[in-house]
Each structure stands twice: as C-alpha cells, then as structure tokens.
Design a protein around this ligand. Structure first.
Ligand SMILES: Cc1cc2nc3c(=O)[nH]c(=O)nc-3n(C[C@H](O)[C@H](O)[C@H](O)COP(=O)(O)O)c2cc1C
Length: 327
C-alpha cells in the first residue's frame, strides 16, 4: 500500500488531506471525524483580528458601519460569539481530542498589537498557525506595492511573535504573484495557501439590493490554484497548500502532480460529509498503487513548471497556439 505520509511545514502528517478552515472546523467532534477518516491535520475556523481587538459589541458596531460600504466584511464574519478566550479553549480541546496536528487560524487585515495573541495560540499547544490576510484592496490611492507591503507587515509582525510554523493564506489578486510569493517566503512563511476565496456579492435585480452569500466552490475553480502551484513549485522554499475547488480524488492527484504539499478541503466535505475524506484518501492510495508510486515525493511536482526557465512565456506560447488554431 502506498505511503501517504507527508511533511508539512516540519509537521509529520499521515496524509496530505487537510480539513480546511471552515464551518466544519469549529467542533471537536468534526476534528475526531476528520482524523478517523484520514485527515493529516485540521485547520480551525478563523478567529478575526476584529474579535481580538475589540469587545463583541464594538465589533458589531464596526460591522454595521462598515457593512454599508463593504458588504464582504459583513458576510464573512461568522455568526458566532466565540471570542479570543473561547478560541484558546477550542485549541486545547482539539489537542486533547486528536493526535493529528491542529493548525489555528487568524484572519486579519493589518499589523497591530493584536498579533501578540498569536503567542497565546502557541502557548496552548497549537502545532502551527494559518494566517489569512483577508483584505480588499479597494482604495485607488493605494498602490500594488503598498498592498504587498501591508501583507508583509502582517506576516512579519506575527513571525516576530511566535516560533510556530506559519502558513500564509493568500488571495490570487497580486500584480506579480510570483514576486509577492517570494517576498512572503523570505518574510518567514513556512507555507503558502493558494488561494483564499473572496466573497463576491451579487445583485438581486428584483429587490434592487446586494446579495451576500458564500456558495460552495465548484471544481472548475481549482484551475487557478493548480496553475500557480505548478508555477511556484521549486521557486519558493515554502510548502504550497492547495485550497479552492478540490472535490474529488482526481482533483487531489492533480494538485499533487502540480506540486502541492497538501490539499485543503472545505466545500466538498460540507457537501458530502466528513467521511468523504476517507474516499479521497483511499482513491489516492489506490491510484498510487496502480501507477507504482510508493510515496508522494515520487510524484509531487512532476507536472510542475520547475524545469522551465520562463513559465509565463511558456503559457503565452500555448495561448497563442491555441487561439491561432481556433481562428
Ligand atoms: C462556510 C465556510 C466558512 C469558511 N470559514 C473560513 C475561515 O474561518 N477562515 C478561513 O481562512 N477560510 C474560511 N473558509 C474558506 C475555506 O477555508 C477555503 O479556503 C475555501 O472554501 C475554498 O476551498 P473549498 O473549495 O474546498 O471550499 C470558509 C469556507 C466556507 C465554505
């Protein structure tokens, strides 16, 4: 039977499949179910910078005001009152309940004294920290470099605070994603999670109002993350974690071939239940056996663009060829 174990940011995982930070990852029973069904680690639901910085009533007021101009913020904050204290308790409970690594998650927008809280996350025993910089760059005065620097400041402020491995969860919206990734790599990220999924408010024409919801992902959304994992594999030291649109065994295999160290799963587990993890794990093992791969290292990144000197030029050539053939 193929060996599915993998290293992720220095943590030894029994499988490359992770329960992603989501509505499933705030209950100890779900962590236990994830472990029983073959998850290599669990990422807890995020605690928000706003929750650390202010009392719940102040957050509510801020959301109410911000929600007028920024509907994304309103929809993304969880309808829960789990504050910083309860979050530390959740980490402790998770650590007691499962043997697989427990990765805490902070969702933030700017550097600040709140980042000291990461120290407490470390002290209660989290194995790693995922930092989700959820920031809508909507200010026309702010340049691309300003935005990138803001991300870097968040990362370095937390890096200074803890020794824990840090996974930095990114949006795909950078002018030069490869350059940004390299800066975050050098800034102390042990892994880059590609990608965060932003809320995209819709408009109800009938009601003449915004519709804010978080629909589950579709498998076609996987291509963006897969493409960037294939480009960045071998170009950054940080491990690459795939997130968004992986629903099937085939999706998991594709991300590993592209160069993903691990694959994070949210929508497919919300839709199909946590036991779906076992289907994906067994499917991956069976495929590796059939193809004669004894370990993940044998296949990881074999379809990446590591060998190519200029992945951008390579992609452009393919694009031109394809369009010329169609016209
Ligand atoms: C209901 C729900 C809640 C989520 N909550 C969080 C969260 O608290 N923190 C976070 O970083 N990502 C959160 N996510 C995003 C997921 O971790 C993941 O990046 C995204 O859903 C794309 O992966 P998927 O295609 O497997 O769903 C959430 C996703 C869903 C669907």
């Amino acid at each position: 039977m193929a060996d599915l174990s993998t290293n992720y940011m220095g943590l030894n995982l029994s499988s490359p499949l992770l329960l992603a930070s989501s509505s499933l990852s705030n209950r100890v029973e779900n962590f236990e179910a994830a472990e029983a069904n073959g998850a290599g680690a669990v990422v807890l639901r995020s605690l928000f910078e706003e929750q650390i910085e202010a009392a719940q009533s102040e957050i509510d007021a801020a959301v109410a005001v911000g929600g007028d101009n920024n509907p994304e913020a309103h929809g993304y904050l969880p309808p829960q009152t789990v504050g910083p204290k309860e979050y530390l308790t959740l980490i402790k409970k998770a650590k007691k309940a499962v043997k697989i690594p427990v990765i805490a998650s902070l969702n933030c927008v700017s550097p600040g004294s709140w980042s000291e809280y990461a120290k407490q996350i470390e002290e209660v025993g989290a194995d790693a920290l995922e930092v989700n910089c959820y920031f809508i760059a909507a200010d026309p005065i702010q340049s691309g470099d300003d935005v990138e620097k803001k991300y870097l400041d968040v990362l370095t402020s937390i890096r200074r605070t803890v020794r824990l491995p840090i996974a930095f969860k990114l949006s795909p919206f950078f002018t030069s994603l490869a350059h940004s990734a390299l800066r975050f790599d050098k800034g102390g990220a042990n892994a880059l999670v590609l990608f965060n999924r932003f809320l995209q408010p819709d408009i109800s024409v009938g009601k003449r109002s915004l519709v804010v919801s978080m629909p589950l992902s579709h498998p076609s959304e996987m291509l963006l993350s897969m493409r960037w994992i294939a480009i960045l594999y071998g170009r950054v030291k940080a491990h690459l974690a795939a997130s968004t649109g992986v629903h099937t065994t085939e999706g998991v295999i594709k991300q590993l071939l592209a160069g993903a160290q691990v694959v994070q799963l949210a929508s497919t587990l919300i839709k199909n239940g946590i036991p779906h993890l076992a289907t994906l794990r067994d499917g991956l093992g069976d495929w590796m056996d059939k193809e004669g791969h004894a370990s993940l290292d044998e296949l990881r990144g074999s379809l990446s663009q590591k060998g190519g000197t200029d992945p951008g030029a390579f992609e452009r050539a393919q694009y031109v060829q394809l369009l010329l053939a169609q016209n």
